[in-house]
Design a protein around this ligand. Structure first.
Ligand code: 5GP
Ligand code: ZN
Length: 111
């Protein structure tokens, strides 16, 4: 997709600190981390929100997010997996992504 920032990271047109990549998925550090661990897992294809994603892809995304969370040190104390969706969900980049946040205690509920 033309001006999608995450598609540009997938294409290597803008830099991203990648932590994982395969044929379908990419994971990279969030540019504005909200916790000691904060990375994003995305499909390489442009899917705007979770509302357009099919079951198989969602399973792979979450499974990979969990696997990487453990590798990043969150297996013992846990972490948070977040998918913001559209306006009310606070989504700012319209390319489906799972946030993984950890390395500190996180407050609940969100504001
Ligand atoms: P959202 O608010 O859509 O759920 O989250 C978008 C996330 O993407 C934010 O946490 C933001 O910091 C991150 N982000 C926005 N632009 C870039 C970028 O160019 N590179 C990286 N690595 N992360 C970005
Ligand atoms: Zn995109």
């Amino acid at each position: 997709m033309g001006d999608c920032i995450f598609c540009s990271i997938v294409a290597g047109k803008i830099p991203g600190k990648k932590i994982y990549e395969d044929d379908e998925l990419l994971a990279f550090q969030d540019v504005n981390p909200q916790a000691p661990v904060h990375f994003l897992v995305i499909p390489k294809t442009h899917i705007p929100t979770i509302m357009e994603a099919e079951a198989g892809l969602l399973g792979k995304l979450l499974f990979k997010a969990r696997e990487l969370a453990v590798l990043e040190g969150c297996g013992e104390r846990g972490c948070r997996f977040v998918i913001n969706c559209k306006e009310d969900g606070g989504q700012t980049v319209d390319h489906l992504h799972v946030h993984v946040l950890g390395g500190r205690s996180l407050a609940w509920p969100p504001g």
